[in-house]
Design a protein around this ligand. Structure first.
Ligand code: X95
Ligand code: ZN
Length: 620
């Protein structure tokens, strides 16, 4: 195939996103490069068609939209199989050029598309049933059993956050789990069967290995366990203190001295973050602990304003402004037209140019402001890598994508920033207020770690055949007990099926990404704070936990350098560009929480707080 000189050099430039090719291409590689460049547009349009149909369904759940989505996805899966067959004609594992080899390695992963038509359709139908069930759940109010139109967002979440009545919390918790989990047991069984079949067809030993392959490091599972073990003493101190304070509030009847904490009292229906009960367990109740909910409402802040605030932060650090199409196409509030939709917030890339959207049933609260930043972090990453070949338009690893927005949210949540934007007034900082602030952040960031780990540990055990179907429910609660020291508020049995009551388990969304994110986001945050001069090790005037890198182009430019790589390099290379490190490490998180760790240990000793928990007897 005659290639004009300038065309080859353009290809090579595009191939290695600007960097000169490591080695000149041999004939087979030249042909392979030509092919993958030619197919790039088709890969983008296949993804675009997929997400257009998915968006139509997720933003308006009807039988027709579900059917249409499943048909489109079956059709694009077939076309993807054809396309990959062409790529697989090349012996790409022998390629000399690293970048071309990487593009082929990533492009030839079929995922579920490796299934034949019938199995693929069967899998899609079961996935849709689980997601639809979750989205449509309505339960009755504890205090008025004839009022049975309560949905998760906003009604059930609001009860779990605000109620201090253990009976109301217990009833609401149980209604949700009974309605969101058990009805999809059969669908979940079929999903596991077909997920397993697809993984084995791709020569993975199980679906767990297919998920873990996204981290491109066969020691990654071990690295995760080591980080969790390293932070376990800190978690146990936090858990012990919170249980001790909850006992003071609810008494021995509801909270035992040495047993697991019942989940319904933690301000989150899954017990994944505990920030919503901060005012109940604050270390220094007479000192400030930042809560801007009232101020947000008093100032008439709207969901739209919350997204404009997030957009403004990204622009202030010289990152990309949201395109017009974002504001035109996004759904930023729960529609009032009574339609059923997936309210669980999410960010969408339509693999075109600037077509990026968020769908979120936004409420005006501080917690939702961090969700807004979380979702905008995905959008920013989409925009930073949209110039790359299709196959590189994803995160360096799934954890990177989850971390971007949370890094900004860490900065936004500081008293320094909240004062800057007028949400926090007459804040009197002192060492006790600082402990309160660190404690509030730990209730979200540290409590979350064992939760995130168990969401995938559970599914790995099932996918690896280590957990038999007749023990799927108590196997779930056993992990929640072992790693988090939490338990259901009521007895559960194998007649129940509670795991799909968590969105990501109903929606087949891998969860290890959030564990990774909650570790690396502190590495990224520390890098941004150093680059912006907002943190100096050892300088009490510039501590890490009050760093606000808002308005710093130095921080944003370094962030962009990493994000604009997309998946074009292994994630250690991407991390190194921003932080200088090549490993996921809990050190930055420990450095951030150092003062709190010391305070908790001393306080728990002083109060003779029991550390650790006895086995739960709530499932069996
Ligand atoms: C996300 O990661 C997910 C959506 C298809 C693929 C569809 C992937 C994942 C998804 C959906 O953006 N009120 N949503 C619910 C807010 C949900 C926001 O799952 C998510 C988000 O619920 O386990 C602030 C708040 C910072 C929450 C990590 C985990 N978020 C969850 C989480 C956060 C989080 C949390 N960082
Ligand atoms: Zn996310």
């Amino acid at each position: 195939m005659k290639l004009s000189l300038c065309f080859v050099c353009i290809c090579i430039m595009q191939l290695t996103n600007g960097a000169p090719a490591e080695s000149s291409l041999n004939d087979e590689e030249k042909e392979a490069l030509q092919l993958i460049n030619d197919l790039n547009e088709e890969m983008n349009s296949l993804s675009n068609r997929n997400y257009v149909a998915e968006w139509a369904f997720a933003s308006n759940i009807t039988d027709e939209n579900e059917k249409h989505k499943n048909e489109v996805q079956a059709e694009t899966a077939k076309q993807t199989r054809e396309l990959v067959k062409k790529l697989q004609k090349f012996n790409w594992r022998e390629f000399k050029n690293e970048d071309l080899k990487r593009q082929y390695k990533l492009s030839t992963k079929l995922g579920y598309a490796i299934l034949d038509d019938d199995d693929f359709k069967d899998l899609l139908e079961n996935l849709s049933k689980m997601e639809t069930n979750y989205a449509k759940v309505k339960i009755c109010a504890h205090l008025n059993r004839t009022k049975c139109d309560l949905s998760l967002e906003p009604h059930i979440q609001t009860i779990i956050v605000r109620s201090r009545d253990p009976e109301e919390l217990k009833y609401t918790w149980t209604q949700w789990y009974d309605a969101a989990g058990k009805p999809v047991r059969k669908n979940f069984e079929k999903y596991i069967e077909l997920k397993t079949k697809a993984a084995k067809l791709s020569n993975y030993t199980s679906g767990a290995e297919e998920w873990l392959d996204e981290y491109e490091d066969e020691t990654f599972e071990k690295q995760v366990e080591d980080v969790l073990t390293d932070l376990k003493p800190f978690y146990e101190q936090l858990h012990g203190y919170v249980r001790w304070r909850l006992r003071q509030k609810y008494g021995d009847l509801h909270v035992s001295e040495k047993g697991p904490i019942p989940i319904h009292l933690l301000g989150n229906i899954w017990g994944q973050t505990w920030g919503e009960i901060a005012n109940l367990v604050a270390p220094f109740p007479n000192k400030p602990m930042v809560n801007v909910n009232a101020e947000m409402k008093a100032q008439g802040i709207t969901p739209l304003k919350m997204f404009q605030m997030g957009d403004e932060f990204f622009q202030s650090i010289n990152m990309t402004k949201l395109p017009k199409s974002f504001w035109e196409n996004s759904i930023l509030e729960k529609p009032k037209d009574g339609r059923e939709l997936v309210c669980h917030a999410s960010a969408w890339d339509f693999y075109s140019q600037d077509d990026v959207r968020i769908k979120q049933c936004t409420e005006v609260t501080q917690e939702q402001l961090s969700v807004v930043h979380h979702e905008l972090g995905h959008i920013q990453y989409f925009l930073q890598y949209q110039h790359l070949p299709h196959v590189y338009r994803s995160g360096a690893n799934p954890g990177f994508h989850e971390a971007v927005g949370d890094v900004l949210a860490l900065s936004v949540s500081t008293p320094k920033h909240l004062e800057k934007i007028g949400l926090l007034k007459d804040y009197k900082p002192d060492e006790e207020a600082r402990i309160n602030q660190l404690f509030l952040t730990a209730l979200d960031k540290v409590a979350f770690l064992p939760f995130a780990y168990t969401m995938d540990k559970y599914r790995w055990q099932i996918l690896r055949g280590e957990l038999k179907p007749e023990e799927w429910n108590c196997g779930f609660w056993k992990l929640r007990d072992q790693y988090s020291g939490l338990e259901p508020p009521v007895k559960r049995t194998e007649d129940d099926f509670d795991a799909p009551a968590k969105y990501h388990i109903s929606a087949d969304v891998e969860y290890l990404r959030y564990f990774v994110s909650f570790i690396i986001q502190f590495q990224f945050y520390k890098a941004a704070c150093v680059k912006s001069g907002q943190y100096e090790p050892g300088n009490p005037e510039l501590p890490l936990d009050n760093c606000d890198f808002y308005g710093s182009p130095e921080a944003g430019n370094a962030f962009k350098e990493m994000l604009s790589l997309g998946a074009s390099k292994p994630w250690p290379d991407a991390m190194e560009v921003f932080t200088g490190e090549r490993k996921m490490s809990g050190a930055a998180l420990r450095e951030y929480f150092e003062p709190l760790m010391n305070w908790l240990k001393a306080e728990n000793e002083k109060n003779k707080v029991h550390i650790g928990w006895e086995k739960s007897d709530k499932c069996g």
